[in-house]
Design a protein around this ligand. Structure first.
Ligand SMILES: O=C(O)CCC(=O)C(=O)O
Length: 320
C-alpha cells in the first residue's frame, strides 16, 4: 500500500502535480494496436488507459491544419523561450520555439471540425456519458531543443492506495480525456508522446518513476493524421525534440458534463464568434454545451453505460 493521501490538502477535487523531475530521454517505440471497435476501445480506455486511431485526419486535412496552426498566434518571435535541450546558456541559439495556443476552436471554424470525428467521438461519449463536453484544447508546436517533458497526469480524480486502485473490482470513472492529433510522421528525435500503459491503476501521480507495474514508458511513434485518446490519470510525457524540425500537435480536451463548468461554452456566455458557432452542426453544439430538444439533460457518468447504449439505440444518436 502506498502512502499517498486520499485527498490533497490544497485541492479537494483534484491532484495535479507538475511533471516529474525525472527526465526521460529515450524509450522504446510503443507497439501500437489501433482502434478496432467502440467496445474494444472502451475496454482499452479502462485497462490500458489509451487508444490510438489510425488516419483520423487525411493528408489534406493534416496540411491544412498545419498551415492554420502556423497562421494562428501572431508574431512567431513571440513564441521563442529561453533554453534549448542539449545546449548551454553561452550558445547563441539557446532558445526554443514553443507555440502553445489554448482554445483554438473559437479562432477558426476548421479547428472545430476535429472535435466530433468518428470513430473517436463514439469512444469519448462512451466513457464520459451522453452529454460529453468539449472543455478545451490547444495548438502546440514544439521546436528543436524542446526539453523532455517528465511523466505526469493531467487530472487525478481520486488518489487511492495502489492495491485498491488496481483491484479489478474498482473502476475509477474517466472524468477528463484528451485527444492528441499528430500532424507529423513522428520519429524518436522529434520528441513523441510517452505513455505508461495502465499507470492510472497506480492511484497516484508519478514521482521519479519511469515504469509502472513492470511496464516501461513507451514512445508513440505514429503517422501524421493518427490520434491518441488517453485518460487524464494516465502517466504521460514526451521525449525531447533533438531534431531540426518543429513538431505539430492539436489537443482536444473532453469531460463528463458534471466536471464541465462551461469552460469554453458559448451557451454559458464564454466568448465565441457567432460566425463560427453558426457553422457548427448539432453534434458540435451539444459538445459545446447546448441543450437540445430530444436529448435528456446529461447525467454524465459512465456508470450509465448501459443506459447510454439503450438511449443511443432508441434515438439513433449519431444519425440525428
Ligand atoms: O507533448 C506531448 O506529446 C505531451 C503533452 C502532454 O503531456 C500534456 O499536454 O499534458
Amino acid at each position: 500500500m502506498n502512502d499517498v493521501p486520499i485527498r490533497s490538502s490544497g485541492n479537494h477535487h483534484m491532484l495535479k502535480r507538475g511533471p516529474s523531475k525525472q527526465r526521460i530521454t529515450e524509450a522504446e517505440a510503443l507497439d501500437i494496436q489501433y482502434h478496432q471497435s467502440t467496445e474494444d476501445s472502451l475496454d482499452r480506455m479502462k485497462n490500458a488507459g489509451f487508444v490510438v486511431f489510425k488516419n483520423l485526419l487525411n493528408a489534406d486535412e493534416v496540411s491544412q491544419l498545419r498551415q492554420l496552426s502556423d497562421e494562428t498566434g501572431g508574431d512567431d518571435e513571440a513564441h521563442y523561450r529561453q533554453g534549448h535541450y542539449g545546449k548551454t546558456e553561452s550558445d547563441p541559439d539557446f532558445r526554443t520555439y514553443n507555440k502553445h495556443i489554448s482554445q483554438p476552436f473559437s479562432q477558426h471554424k476548421d479547428f472545430l471540425k476535429i472535435v466530433s470525428r468518428q470513430p473517436a467521438i463514439n469512444v469519448i461519449e462512451g466513457i464520459h456519458g451522453y452529454g460529453a463536453r468539449l472543455i478545451g484544447g490547444s495548438i502546440w508546436i514544439t521546436g528543436a531543443g524542446r526539453y523532455p517533458m517528465g511523466l505526469h497526469i493531467d487530472y487525478l480524480p481520486f488518489a487511492l492506495p495502489e492495491d485498491i486502485a488496481s483491484d479489478p473490482r474498482v473502476e475509477i470513472p474517466i472524468m477528463i480525456s484528451t485527444l492528441h492529433y499528430y500532424l507529423d510522421d513522428l520519429y524518436m528525435e522529434l520528441g513523441p508522446t510517452l505513455v505508461v500503459e495502465s499507470s492510472h491503476k497506480s492511484g497516484r501521480v508519478p514521482d521519479e518513476d519511469t515504469s509502472w507495474n513492470g511496464k516501461p514508458c513507451k514512445a508513440l511513434v505514429c503517422k501524421a493524421g493518427d490520434a491518441m485518446l488517453f485518460r487524464s490519470d494516465l502517466w504521460h510525457g514526451a521525449l525531447p525534440n533533438v531534431s531540426n524540425e518543429k513538431r505539430y500537435m492539436l489537443q482536444v480536451h473532453y469531460a463528463s458534463p458534471y466536471i464541465d463548468r462551461g469552460f469554453i461554452s458559448p451557451f454559458r456566455n464564454r466568448p465565441f464568434p457567432s460566425d463560427i458557432l453558426d457553422v457548427c452542426d448539432d453534434h458540435q453544439r451539444r459538445l459545446l454545451g447546448e441543450r437540445q430538444e430530444g436529448y435528456p439533460v446529461p447525467q454524465g457518468s459512465y456508470v450509465l453505460k448501459e443506459g447510454l447504449q439503450q438511449f443511443k439505440e432508441d434515438t439513433q444518436w449519431h444519425q440525428k
